[in-house]
Design a protein around this ligand. Structure first.
Ligand code: DAH
Length: 340
């Protein structure tokens, strides 16, 4: 085989290598040029017929051609492999931020979330978390809280009366009575739970809502103690400055009694249905426990006194998340609930 023939063979093979459009074509070229029965193998078999110095020269060229074909093949092969990998990555690409198909994980209702936060807070302040029944005795719901029979809270408008001296509790305050009778003084307790009122339902009234009752009974409890706990409570809830005001308020079971109001966070105080267009929302009625209440639960008011508060948990949740209609909280509508 002459030098020209070898060069010719080499450039034709290189052309075919470059032109190969599939790995199979590339393999065919390789077998035909570099295979055991390929063109180069045949050429080297013919070398024996050459004169010695010719043989050395052609032999060298043969090796050079072989090496250049091999490296071109390697390069094309690598390019094919890389392309295949790229295509595979492209086709197997997964968006990990897409929600997984199937059942979504649930979440706690916003009222439950805030309730749990406040339980943690009060536990850290040495309070016990108590529960009480939603069907209460008339005595615990009213009499033992110093609410006389003619008090408007007993009116047919507000109370769901049951038979046999029972009511659906209209507030969580009866758990004060249970706490005092069960645990005795000194006492620090909170009682979160559902309460019921025979109300006409609108954006800010529901027949069923949540409160958290709080009570501390000890020696020499003052309004300063009450204010300290109320301020701690409010700053823990809102994590920001909220304007508050304290007004005298009447509740038969406290004396003196207060209404702690906060500036409406829905409208910023301009007036909206949630704040009944007056810019303030009653958040936290509270006061010093009336001596009659202590006495009726077997605690000597000469020795002990205390404070109590009744937090409107449902209203607080509305304030915190800017929910402008109380009915959403009870709707069970997942489009609403999934936001929390
Ligand atoms: N139980 C009252 C209500 O539902 C709220 C309340 C007011 C609770 C003053 C208290 C308190 O403990 O001290 O309207």
């Amino acid at each position: 085989m002459s030098e020209e023939q070898l060069n010719e063979l080499s450039s034709r093979a290189l052309q075919r290598i470059e032109a190969a459009s599939t790995e199979e074509e590339l393999e065919t070229v390789r077998v035909e040029a570099l295979g055991r029965k390929g063109a180069l193998a045949q050429a080297s078999r013919q070398m024996g017929a050459l004169a010695p110095e010719e043989r050395a020269r052609i032999g060298k060229l043969l090796n050079a051609v072989k090496q250049s074909l091999e490296s071109s093949l390697e390069r094309r092969k690598a390019a094919f492999a890389e392309k295949a990998l790229r295509e595979r990555l492209e086709s197997e690409w997964v968006d990990l931020t897409l929600p997984a198909p199937g059942i979504r994980p649930g979440s706690l209702h916003p009222v439950t979330q805030v309730q749990a936060e406040l339980e943690d807070l009060f536990i850290s302040l040495g309070f016990t978390v108590l529960g009480g029944p939603e069907v209460e005795t008339e005595r615990n719901n009213f009499d033992a809280l110093n609410i006389p029979p003619e008090h408007p809270a007993r009116d047919m408008q507000d109370t769901f009366w049951l038979e046999g001296g029972y009511v659906l509790r209209t507030h969580t305050s009866p758990v004060q009575v249970r706490g005092m009778e069960r645990l005795g003084p000194p006492l620090r307790m909170i009682a979160p739970g559902r309460v019921f009122r025979n109300e006409e339902v609108d954006a800010s009234h529901e027949h069923t809502f949540y409160q958290i009752e709080g009570m501390m009974v000890d020696r020499d409890v003052s309004i300063a103690h009450l204010l300290y706990f109320m301020k701690t409570l409010i700053s823990a809830i809102f994590h920001r400055d909220v304007t508050v005001r304290l007004r005298p308020g009447y509740f038969p079971f406290v004396e003196p009694g207060f209404e702690l109001d906060i500036h409406c966070l829905i409208c910023g105080g301009k007036g909206c249905p949630v704040c009944k267009y007056n810019g303030w929302v009653e958040l936290l009625p509270c006061g010093l426990v009336h001596p009659n209440v202590l006495r009726m639960s077997g605690i000597d008011p000469e020795e002990w006194n205390g404070f109590a508060f009744g937090l409107g948990l449902t209203r607080l949740v509305m304030m915190r998340y800017g929910i402008d209609d109380i009915r959403l909280l009870m709707s069970g509508d997942l489009r609403f609930l999934r936001q929390f």
